[in-house]
Ligand binder design. Structure first.
Ligand code: SF4
Ligand code: SF4
Length: 145
C-alpha cells in the first residue's frame, strides 16, 4: 500500500527582503536603485529608465514596473514612515500582529524584536544566494522557492 502523503500549504508574503547585498542595486545601469545609509534599498524614479534589469535580478519577485510611470517600484518598508519613527503600515495594521519591525542595532527597552529572536528560530529566503536579506521568517519548516 503506498505511503499516504500529507500535504499542507501556508502563506509566505513576498515583500522586498531589503537585501544587504542586493542584486537589484548591483544590476541597475544608472544607479537609480541604491542602498540608503540606514539600510533600506530604494529606487529614485528620477533616474530610472525602466529597463527592467532589477525585476529580472530580484530573486524574490518583489519588483514591478509601474505602468503609469514606467519606472521600477517595490516595497520600501515605508521609508517615509520609518524615518519619522513610525512603523511600516503593514506592521501597524496587521490584524494578527504577524509582522514585527525594529532595529536590532538600536534596541528599545524590552525590545519586541530582540525578544522574538531569542524565542524563535528564523530563516531567510534562499540563503544560499548570499543576498543577506534583512527580512526573515519564523515558523517555516521548509525552504520556500
Ligand atoms: S528583495 Fe529584490 S527588490 Fe528587494 S533588495 Fe532584494 S533583490 Fe532588491
Ligand atoms: S528599471 Fe530602473 S531601477 Fe530597475 S534596473 Fe532599470 S533603471 Fe535601475
Amino acid at each position: 500500500m503506498p505511503k499516504e502523503e500529507i500535504l499542507h500549504s501556508f502563506f509566505v508574503p513576498k515583500l522586498c527582503n531589503l537585501c544587504e547585498h542586493s542584486p537589484c542595486a548591483q544590476v541597475c545601469p544608472v544607479g537609480a536603485t541604491f542602498d540608503s545609509p540606514d539600510g533600506a534599498v530604494l529606487v529614485d524614479p528620477k533616474y530610472c529608465i525602466g529597463c527592467g534589469f532589477c525585476i529580472q535580478a530580484c530573486p524574490y519577485g518583489c519588483r514591478f514596473l509601474n505602468p503609469a510611470t514606467h519606472t521600477a517600484e517595490k516595497c520600501t518598508l515605508c521609508y517615509h514612515r520609518i524615518t519619522r519613527g513610525l512603523k511600516p503600515a503593514c506592521v501597524e495594521v496587521c490584524p494578527t500582529q504577524t509582522r514585527i519591525f525594529g532595529d536590532l542595532m538600536n534596541p528599545v527597552p524590552d525590545d519586541p524584536l530582540q525578544n522574538f529572536f531569542k524565542n524563535n528560530r528564523v530563516q531567510a529566503l534562499k540563503p544560499h544566494l548570499g543576498t543577506e536579506p534583512r527580512v526573515v521568517y519564523a515558523g517555516m519548516d521548509k525552504e520556500v522557492s
